[in-house]
Design a protein around this ligand. Structure first.
Ligand code: GDP
Ligand code: IMO
Ligand code: MG
Length: 444
């Protein structure tokens, strides 16, 4: 029995779904704990590509309980479409459980996400426009609609009668948009409630029962540490808590029930949307990392936007180890570096204003913008790693590259991914039953 969190250690899109799918083989329950359909999770098995937005990546294993937690925000229309899509692909949805307490993305949230972004001009966040920020904002303001409300037409009616006129004032007066009709929303969303009712339960109780029965539970993070509302590069973040602590709050499990935290990081870095990205590369290196034209090209799964690409950032990596308490890392997309003669790695930051050099992230606040990367230049291996299945068969320079990252981050690398397929994977040490990591170096 082990309860394990899989968390993005960078800016999202690290390959969390591939790692979750790999580990889900031995899981009884796979849980999404935050975020919504802003996530785009890709799993490739036997040449077939699956893309998930709301449904946990454990759905590929028939009989696995797949939970959408209270910490998530759910667009019911998107969820119904995704359920139809998985069914049409022959997948089993009998284990799907959706929290009655998850907040619902309503039509005004989608409109406000779009309108707020447009009104920010140059200062836009670059959201996925899935209504995520406005849905979480209403949750915090205690004006949200929860999934359970869609199942009770009287409750939904009363809430909409109060909410919609208020939203209309903002839509019409602030953004010059058409107003919404509460009655039409009531009809549409009550119908979604009827369609989803059979999946809706108290998911925290389902998880607690699984804990008592000593089952294996996997918590699948969406987004990444640097997009965390509290610990990310605010305001260029999402509105939830992707970092490991968010799993306990979002899913409703106590921290004492968690056995392991596995961080997922690419062998380089990407970011989609606006915000600071110290190691971003614009020229040949950036294009090389983007892999345009391949199935694994750095293009957003949800929005189709090209991802910004750059070198691995050890300073942010160490920060992710610290904020999440990572026990080990899964490094993905090592194969993308096969083509490079030289590979740069950011090992420190230099403050462009004061000239001071930092090995630990001094601040994730406004001064983060002034930090410039200090690189070490490592030799590439110029050899395909795609077919390698054991660490001993990796090119020596690829091994040195991984050892370099592991040493800089002071965390073992348990899994290395060398291609998008489930089997394109090297297990270096058991990520779940291997030794627990002990933090040895205090931040300087
Ligand atoms: P997630 O959001 O963290 O689950 O990641 P995404 O699915 O958005 O993006 C990861 C992309 O990289 C997908 O296209 C995956 O199929 C692909 N991928 C994952 N691991 C590897 C790998 O080791 N090598 C290559 N070439 N592609 C990979
Ligand atoms: P997965 O789970 C990468 C980014 C958006 C934007 C910011 C806020 O696939 O890793 P939001 O719509 O959440 O309000 O957007 O967060 N973002 C992601 N970037 N991967 C994701 O999910 C993301 N989900 C949101 O691009 O910069
Ligand atoms: Mg993604």
């Amino acid at each position: 029995m082990a309860n394990v969190i899989v968390v993005g250690a960078q800016f999202g899109d690290e390959g969390k779904a591939k790692v979750t799918d790999l580990l889900a083989k031995n899981a009884d329950v796979v849980v999404r704990y935050q975020g919504g359909c802003n996530a785009g999770h890709t799993v490739v098995v036997g040449g077939k590509t699956y893309k998930f937005h709301l449904i946990p990546s454990g759905i590929l294993y028939p009989g696995t309980i797949c939970v959408l937690s209270p910490g998530m925000v759910i667009d019911p229309k998107a969820l119904i479409n995704e359920i139809k899509s998985i069914r049409s692909q022959g997948l089993d949805d009998s284990g799907l459980k959706v929290s009655a307490y998850a907040h619902v993305t309503m039509p005004y949230h989608l409109m406000l996400d779009e309108a707020e972004e447009a009104s920010r001009g140059e200062a836009k966040i670059g959201t996925t426009k899935r209504g995520i920020g406005p849905t979480y904002a209403d949750k915090c303001a205690r004006s949200g609609i929860r999934l359970e409300d869609l199942l009770d037409e009287e409750v939904l009616k009363a809430k909409l009668e109060w909410l919609v006129p208020r939203k209309n004032v903002i839509l019409e007066r602030l953004y010059n948009l058409p107003s919404l009709d509460a009655q039409a929303i009531l009809k549409e969303y009550a119908a979604y409630g009827k369609e989803l009712a059979k999946y809706v339960v108290d998911t925290a109780a389902v998880i607690f029962q699984a804990v008592q029965e000593k089952k294996n539970i996997l918590f699948e993070g969406a987004q990444g540490t640097l997009l965390d509302l509290d610990h990310g590069s605010y305001p260029y973040v999402t509105s939830s808590s992707p970092s490991a602590g968010g799993a306990c709050i979002g899913a409703g499990v106590g921290p004492t029930m968690i056995d392991r935290v596995i961080g997922v990081a690419k062998a380089y870095s990407t970011r989609v949307g606006e915000g600071p990205f110290p190691t971003e590369q614009f020229g040949e290196a950036g294009e090389g990392l983007r892999q345009t034209g391949t199935a694994w090209a750095e293009v957003g799964t949800t929005t189709g936007r090209p991802r910004r690409c750059g070198w691995f950032d050890c300073v942010l990596g160490r920060y992710a180890v610290r904020v999440n308490g990572l026990d080990c890392l899964a490094i993905t997309k090592l194969d993308v570096l096969d083509q490079f003669d030289r590979i740069k790695v950011c090992v420190a930051y230099k403050d462009s204003v004061t000239g001071k050099v930092y090995k630990e992230l001094p601040s994730i606040g406004s001064t983060f913008q002034h930090l410039e990367p200090v690189y070490e230049d490592l030799p590439g291996w110029n050899e395909s790693t795609r077919k390698v299945r054991q660490a001993k068969d990796l090119p020596a320079k690829a091994k040195s590259y991984l050892e370099f990252l592991s040493q800089k981050l002071e965390v073992p690398i348990a899994i290395v991914s060398v291609g998008p397929e489930r089997d394109d994977t090297i297990i270096i040490e058991d990520p779940i039953h291997g030794p627990k990591r002990v933090l040895v170096t205090a931040p300087v």
